[in-house]
Design a protein around this ligand. Sequence first.
Ligand SMILES: Cc1cc2nc3c(=O)[nH]c(=O)nc-3n(C[C@H](O)[C@H](O)[C@H](O)COP(=O)(O)OP(=O)(O)OC[C@H]3O[C@@H](n4cnc5c(N)ncnc54)[C@H](O)[C@@H]3O)c2cc1C
Length: 333
Amino acid sequence: MGFRYVERQKCVGCGLCYSVCHFDAIEMVKNEFSFIPNLIEDNCTDCGNCAEVCPGINILDYPGKFGSITKSLICSANDQSVRHNASSGGACRTILAALLDKAIVDKVIITRATDDPYRPETIITDKISDLMTDRLNSIYSPTSPLSAIKKLDEKLKYAFVGLPCHIAGLELCPELKKNIFVTIGIFCHHTPSFKFVDKFINDLAEKGEVNTMRYRGDGWPGSTAVSHKGGAKSEFNFIDMWYKYNINRNFQLSRCTECTYYSAEFADISIGDPWHMLGQDNDGSSLVLIRSRKGEDVVNASESLLTIKEVTNFEEVMQFHEINSQIKQQNKK
Ligand SMILES: Cc1cc2nc3c(=O)[nH]c(=O)nc-3n(C[C@H](O)[C@H](O)[C@H](O)COP(=O)(O)OP(=O)(O)OC[C@H]3O[C@@H](n4cnc5c(N)ncnc54)[C@H](O)[C@@H]3O)c2cc1C
């Protein structure tokens, strides 16, 4: 089965089909909802490579509600400014920084916000300074990180960060995954479409055009902050913002409504919010699930930069993720 048979509604916009195509028959474009692949008919040989690795149509199974986990931790960046300004506790960027600093990987593949809220971008970098910016905070709009891995250097080691569907895509594609030394997956209930961004920006229209926007940061769970071109600023409690807009299924990418992944079950390390700590920790912490030996080694390598506490009440902690995972369990059936 080739690309032309993949229904649009099944597409997560990850860009893996673009990266895996040997005939340059796919380009990634943006429409009103998301990033989507566009077929260049003249180049397509109908080889079916793209459909074979598509995480939108090839669903991987995993044990239990959260997949295999060998250890769970609560981590926060020792650098208080990093901790305060990151999405949760800054564990993800701190681990990446340690990997670069110790030359355990040569480069990291990360997705970040740009000045245009409709154009988040994925970059491949070896600069720690690229990590320590609020551009890296959780982006609640479509992203396409697997479109950045078409031409990785086989001599280099990479760390890749992505959402559960992106990580599942890599798992489906050994040809490209072989270049990735370690994967870090971010928990995800769903990705809001660009229709959410439209609505959010329209609601702020009287303050002027949007200059920059970050969805998380400034403590935990943090705030959503917008700076407008005329100099005005808007700031909202993140949880209020989320419930105002994103409880509405119309703003979800349609593929997300049937997604079976939540906690990045195929990553070496998965990271989410420690919701059981709500009200107790305003600076921020990250819930870190280790799933492989490599994941454990990588977190150990970050020890000097992170405060790490082992979770001893796993069931209790994960109860706070139960509602989010429930819908995925239903979709699995
Ligand atoms: C769309 C979305 C939905 C989420 N849903 C949940 C949820 O339901 N429950 C929960 O516990 N946590 C959820 N999270 C995860 C949470 O918001 C934090 O990202 C996570 O706890 C890591 O925090 P940190 O401070 O350790 O990461 P940081 O140090 O802030 O690093 C964040 C990393 O995530 C990457 N990133 C950010 N947004 C995206 C994106 N859209 N696509 C690809 N890479 C991205 C950045 O490149 C960066 O490497 C969600 C995140 C996103 C983006």
